[in-house]
Design a protein. Structure first.
Length: 230
């Protein structure tokens, strides 16, 4: 494949254009952040990069908290609008008909229409150039009940999440696989009338002499049992 080389830029995509809510229940604000990411698993930590010129920048610095609200395709217009209007001039919750719900661990509100809300507490702020990186602990996660099945499993694929790439908004396409599917053993074709296999990790068949806990211990005189001859 022929390539041309450009100078360095942040051409990374697709990314989620999240709605970040901040401020207080009395004076809530919400703005769009595409420079957001996961930075650690345990403890759960995320980052957002914010220009100091944003109204939200001062609100986040003051409270040390914000909420990341995952955007859906139904929220695409609000995502764009909240990313071009400032909370200095307008109450964006009211203007976009968004519901400010109380959070459980932080003082700033959640966006009720968003199916997943991450309540975040800032533990470090790093000036990087144009933006400051806010590193934060995720102290609570709120999930819409209609995304859970009877067993309490989350089906995020039902949420209709929004993606952003190179200045354009997209809905997600078809599912191509699940984590680890590329290395999983192929299943024999399902016989007609057989119950469909539940999705999840597939176990490799046990080898001869292998127990539930792994390979059988090698004892002197140990031999795997063979069926008796009749
Ligand atoms: C798709 C999109 C992504 C954006 N990503 C960021 C971002 O990562 N960081 C940032 O500081 N501003 C970002 N912005 C711009 C802010 O959302 C915008 O300046 C907003 O009006 C700030 O609102 P505020 O003044 O109420 O804080 C983005 C805007 C859009 C439309």
């Amino acid at each position: 494949m022929n390539k041309i080389t450009w100078k360095g830029s942040v051409l990374l995509g697709p990314i989620p254009p999240v709605l970040v809510s901040c401020g207080t229940p009395e004076a809530p604000n919400v703005f769009t952040v595409a420079w957001a990411g996961i930075v650690n698993t345990h403890p759960p930590r995320v980052s957002i990069s914010v220009r100091p010129s944003r109204h939200s920048y001062g609100l986040i610095q003051e409270s040390g908290a914000f909420v990341i609200n995952l955007p859906t395709t139904a929220l695409a217009r609000a995502v764009d609008w909240c990313g071009v209007k400032s909370g200095r001039d307008v109450n964006k919750f009211e203007a976009m008909g968004l519901t400010a719900l109380p959070a459980s661990q932080v003082g700033c509100p959640l966006v009720g229409e968003s199916p997943v809300n991450l309540e975040c507490k800032v533990f470090q702020q790093i000036p990087l150039g144009t933006h400051d990186l806010f590193l934060a602990d995720v102290v609570a996660v709120n999930v819409s009940e209609n995304l859970l099945d009877a067993a309490g499993k989350l089906h995020l694929e039902r949420a209709g999440l929004l993606a952003y790439a190179h200045g354009q908004y997209y809905s997600l396409g078809e599912e191509l696989g699940t984590f680890g599917w590329s290395v999983r053993k192929k299943q024999p074709p399902v016989k007609k009338g057989a119950a469909p296999k539940k999705p999840g990790f597939e176990k490799a068949p046990r080898k001869a002499g292998e127990t539930k806990r792994g390979p059988a211990p090698k004892k002197a005189g140990y031999a795997p049992r063979r069926p008796k001859k009749k």
